[in-house]
Design a protein around this ligand. Structure first.
Ligand SMILES: Cc1ncc(COP(=O)(O)O)c(C=O)c1O
Length: 348
């Protein structure tokens, strides 16, 4: 019997079998390295199909690498990035944007992980002031670190404001597939066509073994992106194995099926939790459920679930826990976990 699926992270999931098959199929003979191969060419075509003819995809090893490479590709040394305080690049990348891209992050506290166009004006009074880092890039996460979503219109409004202030818009799309599935829109509708300039595209949480992409939607902004990728140590020599995974994901609907499942399981989990009287902390709009529990309920649930369905406490002070669903989470996983929630919140 395979081990149960947990709710700690969508990265705890394994690799989709079709992705493994694609890697095995690519494992034939000697092939040119560093992306000069037919798999990488086909993956590049697929990114153009999904994001528009101008899109240039540079495959990288991980999401932090994609974010830092995107920042480094478009920022000059005195320029800064506006992002939500909860942004992965702020809290979970060990200061890599600051150390590697040399970029100051300008942080916006938010209620739900989302920026608004008005947040972009906070640093405007220091524009042109040589004592102040100059805001040049806005980075939003879609879907957000708190499981919420921007609509296409909200993204277009942020892009419009950013451009009117001579700034660019980046999307951290580690979970872009979950966003597309939830919005029921093609990727381009809420990125390229909404005015996004560049993005980090996530494959790992969507069923790959590894692999993300720096996707430049306006190539004139970053003509040197390929050099940035190499300098930041994100150029994979056996690129065909990364590209073959993306081909498996993006050629048909695998990306969508995987994301839809993860999102549907999060909805099921939210319903189950609500039935137990649990308070949901943020709107459940993608594949994560954040719930507010009493400290003793967190303790009981942690003890009851640690063997089979562990999860993370997201915010100790606020009593918020995070339950993530993945491409392979099953209704049985969710129902078993909901039974543990029920007993943990009711036993006083
Ligand atoms: C919003 C977001 N961005 C980026 C990443 C990528 O991180 P990593 O560098 O671990 O691949 C993650 C992973 O958890 C994430 O949640």
């Amino acid at each position: 019997m395979s081990p149960p699926h947990d709710f700690a992270s969508d990265n705890h999931a394994g690799v989709h079998p079709a992705v493994l098959d694609a890697v095995a199929a690519a494992n034939a003979g000697h092939v040119a390295s560093y992306g000069a191969d037919e798999w990488t060419a086909r993956a590049a075509d697929l990114f153009r199909r999904h994001f528009g003819e101008d899109a240039r995809a540079y495959l990288v090893f991980n999401g932090s690498g994609a974010n830092v490479a995107c920042i480094d590709a478009v920022l000059r040394p005195h320029e800064a990035v506006i992002c939500a305080e909860t942004a992965h690049m702020n809290v979970d990348e060990c200061g890599a944007p600051e150390r590697i891209a040399g970029a100051k992050l300008l942080l916006v506290p938010t209620a739900d992980g989302k920026l608004t166009p008005d947040d972009l004006g906070r640093w405007d009074s220091r524009r042109g002031d040589e004592h102040s880092a100059q805001a040049r890039l806005v980075s939003i996460t879609q879907s957000t670190e708190l499981g919420t979503l921007y609509t296409a219109e909200e993204i277009a409004a942020i892009a419009e404001r950013a451009h009117s202030m001579d700034m660019l818009l980046h999307v951290d799309g580690a979970r872009l597939a979950n966003a597309a599935a939830s919005l029921d829109l093609p990727f381009a509708d809420f990125t390229t066509d909404a005015g996004v300039d560049l993005l980090s595209f996530g494959g790992t949480k969507n069923g790959l073994m590894f692999g993300e992409a720096m996707v430049i939607l306006r190539p004139e902004l970053a003509p040197h992106a390929q050099f940035v990728r190499k300098q930041l140590l994100q150029l994979n020599s056996k690129m065909r194995f990364c590209a073959a995974q993306f081909e498996a994901l993006l050629e048909g609907d695998l990306w969508l099926e995987n994301a839809r499942n993860a999102n549907a399981m999060a909805s099921r989990l939210e319903e189950g939790a609500l039935e137990c009287g649990v308070e949901i902390a943020y709107p459940v709009e993608a594949n994560g459920v954040f719930a507010k529990l009493e400290p003793d309920a967190i303790e009981r649930l942690t003890a009851a679930s640690e063997a089979e369905h562990p999860f993370y406490v997201w915010d100790d002070a606020e009593g918020i826990v995070r339950w993530m669903c993945a491409w392979d989470t099953t209704p049985t996983d969710v129902d078993q976990f909901c039974a543990l929630i029920a007993s943990s919140v009711s036993s006083r």
